[in-house]
Design a protein around this ligand. Sequence first.
Ligand code: 5AD
Length: 350
Amino acid sequence: MSDRIFSLIDALESQHSLTLEDYAFLAGNPTEDAMKYAAEKACCSRRNLYGNSVYVRGLIEFTNLCKNNCLYCGIRRSNLHCQRYRLTQDDILSCCETGYHLGFRTFVLQGGEDGYWKDEILIPLIRKIKEKHPDCAVTLSIGERSRESYQRLFDAGADRYLLRHETADQPHYERLHPKEMSFSNRMRCLWDLKEIGYQTGCGFMIGSPFQTPETLAKDLKFIEDFSPDMCGIGPFIPHKDTPFKDQKAGTLKETLWLLSLIRLMLPHVLLPATTALGTIHPSGREMGILSGANVVMPNLSPISVRKKYELYDNKICTGDETAECLGSLQKRLKSIGYTLTADKGDVHRP
Ligand code: 5AD
């Protein structure tokens, strides 16, 4: 069996593609030796394209209002314990200003699906950020919208868009989301974003309820076909005020394993070591980098709202992951042989 794992890792590294059956076998067998082998190869393939650079993105969580009711998410509409907030345009611009002085050259505007942020409101905001900081990239992560809206925001200057697909298996998608959300619309959004010309990111949670090696195989196949510029994966962590409060969290081990497999499949992909990974283990993000990740996204939101953007329990928000602690993050990365890189950090497709 272990021979099969190693030969599949080699095949993924050289062909960047496997069958669904092989993906399922790999996904379900993270043995210690295979993880080590895959992580070394993943780091090598990343080094060829990105050297030892780790890219930083300043994350601005600008609203936690959300019309959706995803079963896993702490800011779901029906969580009445969630204290809702919405930053103003000036708050957001001042986060960018602070971030710019700290050295950030990418701002990620992330929020729930909050109906307040119509195109008419977002367009001038995006324009202003780009006017003030023409050397910076603006990434949006604001959920499902119409193709026309995506186009208008792109025309206003947005460069990148993150929309996790959450799972590429439709029945699984339907167990994680309420009836009014649809797998087909999620996929439509991702393909529209890509066609419009955004640098596009998809992604999913590791260890979400009902996930199996077979659903993971579909995630890997989808990522292979979609060939995203970015891919956000992190462990599922239950939130106490959601229907999934008693479900098990995803593990560090599985997350690191999937990071390595995704790097081998897509050597160019911008792959964050996520906050969720830093939440389940104090050195989670360093371990993520050592498994193939090459992006970190420190929190640039005003300190007063950070605790309120609680997608899952115990989200880290006061330690080294914050934007103010860039120096200490830099030291931590340096100690494992990497340098934080201030530039915009566009994708390097081979
Ligand atoms: N645990 C981990 N990640 C979560 N997300 C939402 N809820 C949770 C949770 N409980 C992720 C989703 C979403 C992203 C913004 O955060 O994948 O797309």
